[in-house]
Design a protein around this ligand. Structure first.
Ligand code: NAP
Length: 247
């Protein structure tokens, strides 16, 4: 028996990296998974991997910052599945640069994807959670949102805002049996961090008490905890998965 048997999870940014690891961990624990990604081939591939684990999967290629596309997809998902138990707002991008060189387009893309995307999916599924009087919402924020990071004003602002969003929504929805929490990964080995030069990587690793970068599965296990029965009485929290970097 898995911790998430027969539950339906929607995972955004499931096509690669942390989102993929969450989709596969949840499927291994018995959940059926809606895999949302920007690129159809990535969403399809991970949906196939979920099916290979014996669970149902749906692939949805869309841009989370497009409110209408998200509302349409959420409507279809609920019509097809009958319910949604877990929402993981994981889709995210970076467009790093010092503020003086940061363009308005870089600011807008990061805020629209990381923050508005989470708003769009949460809003589109909250009526379903309210009807069910149950639901788990997990935002993937970042240690950058806790500590700030030079060169990431846009990204850190989007991730810090997600924390305020999480705590406010946890207060709004608590009486209906819906929990809202956030995970704050540190440096995790994915395409997002692959471009970091070796020297920067070594310097960063020295600042991490547990040493070295984390793996996508480290975040997936924390998401499983927050989505599973053990976290029934936990809401409005931010759990860092960062090897101790932000403590
Ligand atoms: P990644 O490997 O770059 O994957 C990002 C995923 O998000 C991809 O599946 C991508 O879709 C999807 N995505 C991006 N923009 C989208 C959009 N507009 N609409 C729909 N999907 C979109 O990133 P990651 O490292 O796994 O990061 C996942 C989350 O963790 C992000 O929110 C990131 O900010 C956060 N995080 C990561 C780290 C880290 O060290 N890696 C640290 C802290 C926080 P496609 O595959 O279709 O392109």
């Amino acid at each position: 028996m898995g911790q998430l048997d027969h539950q339906i999870a929607v995972v955004t940014g499931a096509g690669r990296g942390i989102g993929r690891a969450i989709a596969l961990r949840f499927a291994a624990e018995g959940a059926d998974v809606v895999c949302v990604s920007r690129t159809a081939a990535n969403a399809d591939h991970v949906a196939d991997e979920v099916r290979a684990l014996g669970r149902r999967a749906w692939a949805r290629a869309l841009d989370v910052s497009d409110a209408q596309a998200v509302a349409d997809a959420a409507g279809q998902i609920v019509a097809e599945t009958g319910r949604v138990d877990i929402l993981i707002n994981n889709a995210g991008v970076t467009r790093d640069g010092l503020l003086l060189r940061m363009t308005e387009a870089d600011w807008d893309l990061v805020l629209d994807t990381n923050l508005k995307g989470a708003f769009n999916f949460t809003k589109a599924l909250t009526r379903t959670f309210l009807k069910q009087r149950a639901g788990r919402i997990i935002q993937i924020t970042s240690v950058s949102g806790l500590l700030g990071n030079a060169g990431q004003c846009n990204y850190a602002a989007s991730k810090a805002a997600l924390i305020g969003f999480t705590k406010s929504l946890a207060r709004e929805l608590g009486s209906r049996g819906i929990t809202v929490n956030a995970l704050a990964p540190g440096f995790i080995e994915t395409d997002m961090t692959a471009a970091l030069p070796g020297e920067a990587r070594q310097e960063l690793s020295k600042r991490i008490p547990l040493g070295g970068f984390g793996q996508p599965e480290d975040v997936a296990y924390a998401a499983l905890f927050l989505a599973g029965p053990a976290a029934r009485y936990i809401t409005g929290q931010v759990l860092a998965v960062d090897g101790g970097l932000a403590m």
